[in-house]
Write a protein that binds this ligand. Structure first.
Ligand code: ADP
Ligand code: ZN
Length: 424
């Protein structure tokens, strides 16, 4: 679709949406009245800047059903995101919303080169988390074969991969690494499996991580992005060019804002990603602030898709560490570590405060062939990594080299940071 046609479609959908939420949800009616606007002020997609933002806090404050616009009898599925602190956020779906969602996931599968001949194992958690069921119904709707493995019991999963000729696995980047290790431990040669595609998302991962996974498993690794509040996985996806993830912007309208001033930023600028759900009716959201940091690419893609792309998520603003005044994202540390062949893709960042000064330790696993008792060799390796980290992050970190297989492995989203300053 041309940009012009897409913007016209988005404008028409936005007008309808604003009418709908204004008349069906007290929360948005109040917010719009506070801003002295009515649905008639929204004519084109450019008018979106007049609309109020929505935050995760709004969802929590209106727990459980205060953000649901549709009559309760029309809500046929509920998901919830983690809610480690305070109320979890509840997401309600109508039958129409589930259709939009599964079609969005099907679009992703098409872009990954999946066909009806594929056998897709879904190894995201099944449950309140949207990963498992989201991919599951997407694969079914698409017409490939789905195996609902979920997480846990990795050895059994790998036997199924081998015996059923599984060609694609969907899971977190952390879990595919763990699966790889288990495959090796079981004495299976990854090249003997039929696996050729892995569909990775739910946490940030870098280009260097992609190279690592693709070469270890002899597969192509594609990004899938999404969040429960907007629908779940399937909001954006990579195509065969793997250069940014196309957003299904006919359903989920993206904006990038400056997180401090909330001002909309132009294409190409790094900032906070904001989505308006253009077609949902269960829990539609206006300008939902994701806290995910990325930028948008509007240049046409070589694949022929015209949908705007987003660059890989650098991290959530919540996950940004401020160490001695310098901003650090775990994804930057990952990228530096994996630019060296000596390290495994496992690390842990430990931040603390000693005598009022922030300290950062990076624990990293050294590959088998490189781990040695020779102290000088280990010191040289430490120095190499710390000077590279310093040049990229502008901050020095204390490197702790650890043996292969000594750090924790994750089946879902990895935890890469221990911030002891929070306890003080
Ligand atoms: P929770 O908030 O409990 O983690 P979600 O499962 O909805 O619940 O998580 C969505 C978040 O996960 C996104 O906002 C983003 O931070 C992260 N995420 C999802 N997919 C990706 C991806 N492909 N790359 C980077 N981050 C991702
Ligand atoms: Zn493309």
């Amino acid at each position: 679709m041309s940009r012009e046609d897409m913007r016209a479609l988005q404008g028409a959908r936005l007008r309808k949406l604003v009418q709908y939420v204004y008349h069906n949800l007290e929360f948005y009616r109040n917010k719009m009245q506070e801003l002295s606007i009515t649905p008639d002020d929204i004519k084109t997609i450019d008018d979106i800047v007049k609309l109020p933002f929505t935050t995760k806090q709004d969802l929590r404050d209106n727990y459980p059903f205060g953000m649901i616009s549709a009559p309760r009898s029309q809500i046929i599925r509920i998901h919830a995101s983690s809610g480690t602190t305070g109320n979890p956020t509840i997401c309600g779906y109508t039958r129409h919303d589930l259709t939009v969602w599964q079609e969005s996931v099907s679009r992703c599968l098409g872009a990954f080169g999946i066909t009806r001949e594929d056998v897709v194992s879904v190894a995201y958690g099944y449950g309140l988390f949207t990963g498992g069921l989201g991919l599951h119904y997407g694969v079914e709707n698409f017409g490939a074969t789905v195996i609902p493995t979920s997480t846990g019991n990795t050895e059994k999963h790998i036997r199924l991969l081998r015996d059923l000729g599984v060609t694609a696995v969907a899971c977190t980047p952390s879990y595919i690494l763990y699966m790889y290790e288990t495959i090796i431990k079981m004495g299976i040669n990854p090249k003997d499996l039929k696996l050729r595609t892995v569909i990775l998302g739910a946490e940030p991962w870098t280009e260097n991580m992609r190279k690592e996974i693709e070469s270890k498993l002899d597969v192509k690794a594609y990004n899938i992005y999404g969040l429960s509040e907007i629908t779940g996985p399937g909001v954006s996806y990579e195509c065969e060019y793997q250069h940014g993830s196309h957003i299904s912007e006919d359903h989920f309208f993206p904006e990038i804002i400056n997180p401090d001033t909330c001002e909309q930023l132009p294409y190409g600028t790094l900032g906070e990603l904001v989505f308006t759900t253009l077609t949902k009716d269960g829990m539609p959201l206006l300008r939902y602030r994701t806290k995910d940091l990325t930028s948008l690419i509007d240049a046409p893609c070589e694949c022929g898709r015209t949908a705007v792309r987003m660059t890989p998520i650098m991290g959530r603003s919540d996950d940004m560490l401020i160490i001695r005044g310098i901003n650090v994202f775990p994804s930057q540390v990952e990228s530096v570590i994996l630019s060296h062949e000596e390290f495994e893709p496992y690390f842990m960042i430990v931040v603390d405060r000693v005598n009022n000064l922030d300290t950062m330790e990076v624990h990293v696993e050294v590959k088998d062939g490189y781990y040695s008792d020779d102290i000088n060799q280990m010191i040289a390796l430490k120095k190499k990594l710390s000077s590279k980290l310093k040049s990229v992050l502008s901050i020095s970190a204390d490197i702790k080299l650890v043996e292969p297989n000594s750090l924790e492995r994750f089946e879902g989203k990895a935890k890469r940071v221990i911030d002891n300053r929070k306890l003080k």
